[in-house]
Design a protein around this ligand. Structure first.
Ligand code: ATP
Length: 341
């Protein structure tokens, strides 16, 4: 299976919600659409699902244009943020619903439901009702229901957002395992950068209706192509070229930027602090977080955020030398927010 999106465009009352979207999803891939509220993630997912029509562009599944195909004929599984189970049906009936509509024989439905209850780790829950399950359990049922019909693509719209933190983190892992085991291509919408990083093979980082960058979590984190991606993927210290030139990486000066008007994106954990009287940095605040400590440093007239191992003893007000852990662990981005071609 491969899904291909070309030049997709969508407006709402003249407001552009999606602009020239290009995206490919290959078989077995787990892709996350990541971006802030209002950037167009849900709109894109709904268009792919067939719940909303695009104003332009093309979506094809294995080369076949989907435009004329209504949602129910696309063969996709969908899970929304709210569990949206049918409250008056048992868990087994909920999971088997799609198969029943397709007139699958009762015995085959029962067998498939049992299989899926195992997959989502709810064996023995078939005769209960949704109201008797926790939020996390209900969402696992919603996932099983979406998987029941062997969808060619699984679409997930913030499926874990309504759950409390602990359940959410556990379900991330479970969902990823199920997806990998079944090898089902999946597109998940999330605004949670950590969630996208921990689950996705490929992250599509969106901003204001456009795709800023597509890549593996590692690529987006270590090699952001735009200022927006640098900032959205985690804290970044953005240093103009003259300040970056003052940083030493393993005793080496930083290579100059590839063009004018660029800033160096340096992650907090890539900076090293060494206490030394008379050094150019000064520790402003230290917050101890157990395995690491987060240190605010005033350096060259600017505020830096640094993460170090908590074994390094640092005092507020102390003079520190600031250095970069390695030249490879930082990226240049354009200060005006555009992508560097
Ligand atoms: P969130 O995480 O808050 O759901 P999102 O990234 O999913 O955000 P969308 O819901 O896709 O964003 O919305 C993209 C833009 O389109 C927003 O500016 C939104 O206000 C607008 N929009 C979405 N649906 C409609 C609609 N039915 N009518 C008018 N405007 C809409």
């Amino acid at each position: 299976m491969s899904l291909s999106i070309q030049n997709l465009y969508k407006t709402f009352n003249g407001h552009v919600a999606l602009e020239r979207i290009h995206l490919d999803i290959a078989s077995s891939e787990f892709v996350c659409l990541l971006g802030p509220s209002g950037c167009g993630k849900t709109t894109l997912l709904r268009i792919i699902a067939g719940l909303l029509a695009a104003d332009g562009g093309r979506i094809s599944l294995d080369g076949r244009d989907l435009a004329a195909l209504p949602a129910r004929e696309r063969g996709f599984g969908i899970v929304f943020q709210s569990y949206s189970l049918f409250p008056h049906m048992t868990i087994a009936q909920n999971i088997g619903y799609g198969l029943q509509i397709r007139k699958t024989p009762a015995a085959a439905i029962a067998e498939r439901v049992q299989e899926l209850l195992e997959v989502v780790r709810l064996p023995g829950f078939g005769e209960r009702y949704p109201g008797q399950l926790s939020g996390g359990q209900q969402q696992r049922v919603a996932i099983a229901r979406a998987l029941a019909v062997n969808p060619s693509l699984l679409l997930l719209d913030e499926p874990l957002s309504a759950l409390d933190a602990r359940v959410r983190v556990g379900l991330r892992q479970e969902l990823r395992e199920v997806q990998q085991r079944l090898g089902i291509p999946t597109l998940m919408v999330t605004h949670d950068q950590e969630e996208a990083m921990s689950m996705a093979d490929k992250i599509v980082c969106m901003n204001a209706g456009r795709i800023e960058q597509v890549g593996s979590p590692r690529e987006l984190y270590l090699h952001p192509r735009t200022r927006f991606v640098a900032d959205f993927m985690g804290h970044s210290n953005l240093l103009p070229a003259d300040a970056a030139a003052q940083l030493l990486a393993e005793g080496q000066p930083i290579a100059p930027p590839p063009a004018e008007g660029m800033e160096l994106c340096v992650r907090p954990e890539h900076l090293r602090l060494t206490p030394r009287a008379g050094a150019g940095g000064r520790v402003v605040a230290v917050s101890f977080l157990g395995s690491i400590q987060r240190v605010q440093v005033q350096w060259q007239g600017r505020a830096l955020l640094v993460e170090t191992g908590s074994d390094v003893a640092l005092q507020e007000g102390e003079a520190v030398e600031v250095a970069l852990a390695g030249v490879a662990s930082c990226a240049w981005v354009r200060a005006d927010g555009k992508a560097f071609a």
